[in-house]
Design a protein around this ligand. Structure first.
Ligand code: NAD
Length: 491
């Protein structure tokens, strides 16, 4: 199969007809050659989306019932091909099969959720007695226009769907650019978009990295850009977007605290802490990468965490181990560098701390789950996002110290509290400056609940009703009920 981009309703190899290689991270073998978009391809996609939204208008003007039905068809087709999509995601990204299956289920439900939401009446009606007389005022929600959607590689299909479903539901014309590290499932999704008959130009797929991204964020023809990725690139997107003050949505990095009090259920806290940092090989923006544990509970907790971590299975993700490989060699080396930094900084590596090269895993990009104990707030491994299966442990003595340590980060994406004291759980969670928080669990995520960060973890929200509204403009329409003169000017 030829892995191509999709511009203005056509599959194309692009202006240059140049490919790059993607590899299976489990064994480094060749997976696919993918055609890469050029600057001209990017401009063509923007033109197509602009024409679709402002001239053709067929997607934008389609009634919301019919548009919603098309999204439902996408969900059905994706569900029918769940196995194929999940396996492709495993090959391309390295996540264990059962995690990939959950991602496809979530993607299916996301399309269904926004298909239903777009059919629900929205907007408000107000009767006002303003200084000039009696008026009716109402609001309508309109699509924002040409939206560029940029996503990372950690949830290749799902991160795209979190943007595509609400953006398309709202009637926008979109240009989608997934991470070039993992594009295959996105290309397959666009096959479905074509089958269900989304009008040409309303959805475009580009394949590339910074070059394409810079054209999208710097274009005055793009009305909105929504970006999921690192904080550093997010800042560049925001700067470029100033050119036409385009609407910006940012879902960025994190260094999230997982606060564990001595009265927590030991087994529950340990298992959730592992889900918090080892799921998806720790390549999760909301990962609980900083464990803060009450001093009196430290020894018991860490001993049990190491025992449980030692049973984690690592292997070919298609065989459904607990952990697969890191997405690629570059990212694996980045994680391994951080592990060395941690050792040099004086943190005590009490588990893992190296590449995993047992048997066939030697050919792939596997990293042993890694636990650093006796960490301090000044260490880089405590401050910087590693985006791998590496967790740091620090201790606290009091509730206020725990809160202070939890918030001692420029990020504010997520956080959790483990305790059997209900009042304390609510008190502490309220003090954590983060957009996504959990009590006595870590990482569950729902289509219905808005997702996003405080501080340098982002702007705006995805998912939920808010996730749809991000792709809409709200227009106020005011109607004067007495069309005669109001007598404001005396002469
Ligand atoms: P990244 O910032 O390197 O890349 C993200 C996307 O931006 C990719 O598609 C990339 O090609 C593109 N890009 C690169 N340079 C660009 C530029 N100059 N202009 C526009 N786009 C450009 O991030 P990554 O390594 O792909 O993903 C990991 C990061 O994503 C982590 O920091 C993680 O926390 C974050 N993330 C956040 C969320 C969230 O919901 N907050 C979810 C998943 C991942």
């Amino acid at each position: 199969m030829e892995w191509m981009m999709y511009i203005d309703g056509k599959w194309t190899k692009g202006e240059r007809s140049v490919t790059f290689e993607t590899k299976n991270p489990a064994d480094g073998s060749h997976l696919a050659d993918v055609y890469e978009s050029s600057v001209k391809d990017t401009i063509d996609a923007i033109k197509a989306a602009k024409y679709s939204f402002y001239k053709d208008r067929s997607w934008r003007d389609m009634d919301s019932q019919t548009r919603g039905d098309i999204l439902l068809k996408i969900a059905d087709k994706l569900e029918e091909r769940k196995d194929e999509f999940a396996r492709l995601e495993v090959l391309d990204n390295g996540k264990p099969l059962r995690e990939a299956q959950c991602d496809i289920d979530d993607a299916v439900h996301n399309f269904r959720y926004y298909a239903s939401l777009i059919k629900v009446p929205h907007g408000g009606v107000y009767e006002v007695n303003e200084g000039f007389g009696k008026m009716h005022s109402y609001t309508i929600h309109e699509p924002t226009g040409v939206c560029a959607l940029i996503t990372p590689w950690n949830y290749p299909l799902l991160m795209g769907v979190w943007k595509l479903a609400p953006a398309l539901a709202a009637g926008n014309s979109v240009i989608y650019k997934p991470s070039p590290y993992c594009v295959l499932s996105s290309i397959k999704l666009f096959e479905i978009f074509e089958e269900v008959g989304i009008p040409k130009g309303a959805c475009n797929l580009l394949i590339g990295g910074a070059e394409v991204g810079n054209v999208l964020s710097g274009s005055t023809d793009v009305d909105m850009i929504t970006f999921t990725g690192s904080t550093k690139v997010g800042q560049a997107v925001m700067r470029n977007s100033a050119v036409n003050v385009k609407k910006v949505g940012l879902e960025l990095g994190g260094k999230s605290p997982n606060v564990i009090f001595a009265d927590a259920d030991l087994e529950g806290a340990v298992e959730w802490a592992m889900i918090g940092i080892f799921l998806n090989q720790g390549q999760i923006c909301s990962a609980g990468s900083r464990i803060l544990v009450e001093e009196s509970f430290h020894d018991k907790f860490v001993k049990r965490l190491i025992e449980r971590a030692s049973h984690i299975t690592i292997g070919n993700p298609m065989d459904n181990p607990d952990m697969g490989p890191i997405v690629n060699e570059i990212q694996m080396n980045r994680v391994l560098d951080y592990i060395e930094i941690g050792k040099d900084e004086g943190a005590k590596c009490v588990f893992g701390g190296h590449r995993y090269i047992v048997g066939d895993c030697a050919k792939g990009y596997f990293v042993k789950p890694t636990i650093f104990d006796y960490c301090t707030s000044d260490m880089r491994i405590v401050k910087e996002e590693i985006f791998g299966p590496v967790v740091t442990i620090q201790t606290f003595k009091t509730e206020s110290e725990a809160i202070e340590m939890a918030n001692d980060t420029p990020y504010g994406l997520a956080g959790a509290v483990f305790t059997s004291d209900g009042s304390r759980a609510l008190r502490v969670i309220k003090e954590i400056r983060a957009g996504i928080t959990w009590i006595n669990c870590y990482n569950p995520c729902f289509n219905e609940a808005p997702w996003g960060g405080y501080k340098m973890s982002g702007i705006g929200r995805e998912l939920g009703v808010k996730g749809l509204e991000e792709y809409q403009e709200i227009k106020q329409i005011n109607i004067n009920l007495n069309p005669g003169p109001v007598g404001w000017y005396q002469n």
